[in-house]
Design a protein around this ligand. Sequence first.
Ligand SMILES: *Cc1c(COP(=O)(O)O)cnc(C)c1O
Length: 399
Amino acid sequence: MPALDNATYLDRYAQSLIGVYGRPKTVLTRGQGCYVWDADGNRYLDLLAGIAVNALGHGHPAVVDALCRQGASLIHVSNFFATPPQIELAERLISVAGAPAGSAVFFANSGTEAIEAAIKLSRRTARTGLVAAEAAFHGRTTGALALTHKQAYREPFEPLIPSVTHVPLNDEAALRAAVNADVAAVFLEPLQGEAGVITAEPAYLQLARELTAASGTLLIIDEVQTGVGRTGTWFAFQQAGIVPDAITVAKGLGAGVPIGALVTFGPGVSGLLTAGQHGTTFGGNPLAASVGLAVLDTIESENLLAHVTCVGNHLRDSVVALDHPLIRGVRGAGLLRAIELSADVSAVVTDRALAAGFIVNAPTPDAIRLAPPLVVTKAQIDSFVKALPALLEALEPTS
Ligand SMILES: *Cc1c(COP(=O)(O)O)cnc(C)c1O
């Protein structure tokens, strides 16, 4: 088959795929480490990692080895049967989450499915009220969508599940007013990735823990984007010193292979869902679980938590040191960061970055999100920071 170029592929894409993503920026054909190549042969430094997914970059030997070994052995068995990788990954997740004895895992295939499982878990409290934060993103399936705040995502699909209250993030009075004995669960992201990497303050998460404990409400922390080392600890909630009732995990766990998980903390919460009350065909299959194990092993053996903290701080410090009039600051933690701009120019900057060989993302008009592979080097970060002033050239601060 002749090698095709980006434009030809994109025309075929437009003819054959439902248009929910708009026109893709380019067509990627291979990757290695923190770099990817498109069909025209252009190379890009991947500072987005498939939206915080490719935790070990592209083609990492530990991932390839797990895929090949498990793929040659057993890929799928159905949940009538168990497999060693599924059991081992559940045990490892409970361990790295620091969850107490009696904790348990439900495996799904995506972040939104992990949230769906958490919503069903909450229904088993015999309450129906749910509380989430304004600007929250918890997924796109119809249950998770009720927790996602963005009107443009919700409105075409209403009515969604009722009894969801959205409160402004970090507003303690609003949270106090919303949490009561009718509320089954409070859902919070420790950092709101899709909203532009907005931090839930540790004191706010601590208050959420106090209020939910007092009213018998579940506190469910959505670690789909922040989990598995992304912010420099295994999970971001650990930096706030709280113990949630459950966490949802997905994106980075499979390093690109679809997997999601709900981890329930302690025997009480873990016993809420019983035989027959939930399920999925693919969830917990040995292929995805083997890769999940390889990811956790590699984060440990390559000492990546310390690396993420170190390179993440270096990224923040070097961007701030540019002292550029269009840069207000750098938000986030570890390797989940947003460069806050003083004008609504993130779309232009992202396009210029791509043309210059860098993949970054514009979650909001005034923020550039970086979520590179956890293995990204300081030198690779430096190459982007060095290019950044040229990407901002001739753009005007708004005020
Ligand atoms: C991406 C994301 C989801 C949804 O995950 P999908 O795998 O896209 O369904 C849910 N919550 C958070 C915080 C996310 O970042």
